[in-house]
Design a protein. Structure first.
Length: 261
């Protein structure tokens, strides 16, 4: 009997504290969404590559392609002419080219897409990528990173090839998790934002995940604050996440004066 009483004594304060936080979230102005900030988060997003960067990357891709094609012609010429020394140089130059992918599909894709269409090919592609994702995570502690990369390729292919599919928010969220696993935090944050931008009713805690990455990994706390507030408002079914979000909101705004009732 005394053990039951002791357990009750521990549990009741926890319930009371959680209740206080819930009430605080309703009454404290620090939890209120600024409509302008919310609109930016939903319509544009944070740390999303701008049009100028996208244009530059696209121009570079064209020049890069032309450069590689020119080198290939040079290799063919020296192969035909029998100039072994210059052929070696041209091949060495071609082999030494390092090509980075500066923009991932969700970074270069507009936030205004809508996950609306049921597309059989996209569904199949998503299921295949999702299967690889879960197989890669099977061991829990140690992930199969080769399978994660294969899954990521599938999710990105879906976003690129079927941009109106009702699976693009699912693909963006899962891809965000993979980028986060590989510590590509800036890309992960964009993908999490795309998930709730492309489907405002997405079943995933995409707002919370975006806010967490912005907050804890990128130290962009002003931007994270806005999305934490969105998470509290729109993702209440994830109780653990929203409790954490409320605490972070209170921590990050503890110096702000409460507005008069």
């Amino acid at each position: 009997m005394s053990r039951i009483v002791s357990m009750a004594a521990v549990i009741l304060p926890v319930v009371f504290i959680a209740g206080c936080i819930e009430q605080t979230a309703k009454d404290d102005p620090r939890f209120r969404l600024d409509p302008a900030e919310a609109a930016i988060a939903v319509d544009e997003g944070f740390i999303v590559p701008g049009a100028a960067e996208i244009d530059l990357v696209e121009q570079m891709a064209v020049h890069r392609s032309d450069y590689r094609a020119a080198l290939a012609k040079l290799v063919d010429h020296y192969t035909t002419s029998g100039d072994a020394t210059k052929l070696q140089w041209a091949r060495r130059e071609m082999d030494s080219l390092v090509q980075y992918r500066y923009l991932m599909p969700a970074e270069a894709t507009q936030a205004a897409l809508a996950a609306t269409d049921s597309i059989e090919e996209a569904d199949v592609l998503f299921d295949e990528a999702k299967q690889l994702y879960w197989e890669a995570k099977k061991l829990l502690v140690i992930a199969d990173e080769d399978k994660l990369r294969m899954a990521l390729s599938g999710f990105n292919k879906l976003i690129t090839n079927y941009p109106t599919s009702d699976k693009i928010d699912d693909a963006a969220y899962r891809a965000g998790q993979i980028y986060e696993h590989f510590k590509d935090y800036q890309i992960a944050a964009v993908y999490y934002q795309r998930a709730f931008q492309w489907d405002e009713n997405t079943p995933y805690p995409a707002r919370f995940k975006a806010a967490y990455v912005l907050d804890k990994h990128l130290h962009m706390r002003k931007q994270a604050l806005t999305i934490y507030r969105l998470a509290v408002e729109r993702e209440s079914r994830y109780e653990g996440n929203t409790e954490f979000a409320r605490k972070r909101i209170m921590d990050m705004t503890k110096t702000e004066a409460k507005a008069p009732e």
